[in-house]
Ligand binder design. Structure first.
Ligand SMILES: Cc1cc2nc3c(=O)[nH]c(=O)nc-3n(C[C@H](O)[C@H](O)[C@H](O)COP(=O)(O)OP(=O)(O)OC[C@H]3O[C@@H](n4cnc5c(N)ncnc54)[C@H](O)[C@@H]3O)c2cc1C
Length: 338
């Protein structure tokens, strides 16, 4: 992207602190964290679940925005930042209307060819209060996520000479394939195969948050045009953070970008920008809210699935309905025109 524009157009490591709408057709002025001002016809807030742009747009007040990337590839840069972030996000979430999912997530891309790669490219190991997801990362690498149910704000011990790898130590206990975990459950050895193939420094941890589908809001401006106001607009996790259980957060962000491009392509004068952004927002909100809702449901039910199946009538009914509706759900997910 950087090379497709004249030198100096694309600036990295530029955090937006706030922005001001300059009036119809006049664009926006964004203030960066180094104090400089940047002017533009449109401001696209694709700044993740703790979006500063959303904070300003929705008038959320102090402390409702942050700087953490939260997507699959995101997380803190190092363990010290991860510890700070774990605490910060508890505070930001309370002010920013974000919902803690109940899960903390450890993730890494292991430089390892999985022993079952010829047969399985995506796998979930389900357990009590936690689950382990792995997927082919290409080029003899395997991406894995370990989601563990626990309160928000937790962080790992600092390394000591006795325990130089606290994250690995914890994960080896949580997914033990010999003595079992704290609940006595013995795990399939595949989880440890990937955990043991990862370096402590490559394992990132973050608590997972999402946001209630925006149609649930009572704010009239947000209902009318949830992710657009003036010349500013929200995309991706900033607009609709969702649980990773459908693998759709990044997909929906990509669809947002495509749809936004279509709407902006119709603009011939800057005074038309507001209308185009509003249309994008209205077109995208229903689909993304449905996907968000399904992802939330999937996350909430996954580790309690066995328990739910023990409820007479309701359990088997839910299972049958899930099986019957799955082809339609998948069709919906993979058809962006819906
Ligand atoms: C465990 C896990 C597994 C996932 N698996 C999948 C999957 O299989 N498929 C899928 O489609 N999705 C998946 N997702 C979701 C996906 O990662 C996110 O939905 C996606 O990354 C969202 O992209 P984004 O650009 O909106 O936000 P982010 O990826 O969070 O990026 C936001 C960016 O904005 C920057 N930023 C933040 N604040 C500011 C600021 N004030 N000024 C300037 N820049 C700022 C951040 O540094 C970051 O670079 C997964 C998520 C998780 C947590």
């Amino acid at each position: 992207m950087k090379h497709g524009f004249p030198a100096g157009t694309v600036r990295i490591k530029s955090r937006i602190e706030s922005y001001e709408d300059l009036g119809k057709g006049q664009g926006v002025c964004a203030t960066l964290s180094d104090g400089t001002k940047a002017y533009g016809d449109v401001l696209i807030g694709a700044d993740g679940v703790w979006s500063q742009i959303r904070k300003v747009m929705h008038g959320l007040g102090d402390g409702a925005g942050g700087f953490a990337a939260s997507g699959a590839a995101g997380g803190a840069l190092d363990d010290a930042e991860a510890r700070k972030l774990a605490q910060d996000t508890v505070r930001i979430a309370a002010k920013a209307d974000r919902r803690f999912s109940g899960f903390t997530c450890y993730a890494a891309l292991a430089p390892h060819r999985a022993s079952n790669i010829e047969d399985v490219s995506y796998q979930i190991l389900l357990g009590e209060k936690k689950y382990f997801v792995s997927t082919d990362g290409g080029g003899d690498r395997q991406q894995w996520f370990a989601l563990i149910r626990e309160p928000a704000g937790g962080f790992d011990d600092e390394p000591t000479p006795e325990n130089p790898n606290p994250k690995l130590t914890r994960l080896r206990k949580e997914f033990s394939d010999t003595v079992g975990d704290a609940d006595g459950n013995v795990w399939d050895p595949f989880a440890l195969e990937l955990i043991n193939a990862s370096d402590e420094a490559d394992i990132k941890r973050r608590d997972l948050y999402d946001g209630a589908p925006l149609l649930a809001t009572l704010d009239p401006q947000r209902m009318l045009s949830p992710w657009a106001k003036g010349a500013a607009v929200l995309c991706g996790d900033a607009a609709h953070p969702m649980m990773p259980n459908l693998g759709q957060g990044g997909c929906q962000a990509t669809e947002d970008g495509y749809r936004l491009g279509q709407e902006l392509a119709t603009v011939t004068h800057t005074r038309d920008v507001t209308g185009a952004l509003g249309k994008y927002s209205r077109v995208r909100v229903i689909r993304t809210s449905i996907v968000q809702g399904f992802a939330q449901l999937g996350s909430d039910l996954l580790v309690d699935f066995d328990l739910m199946m023990t409820i007479p009538i309701l359990g088997p009914f839910f299972l049958t309905m899930t099986q019957l509706s799955m082809p339609w759900i998948l069709r919906f997910l993979y058809t962006p025109e819906f």
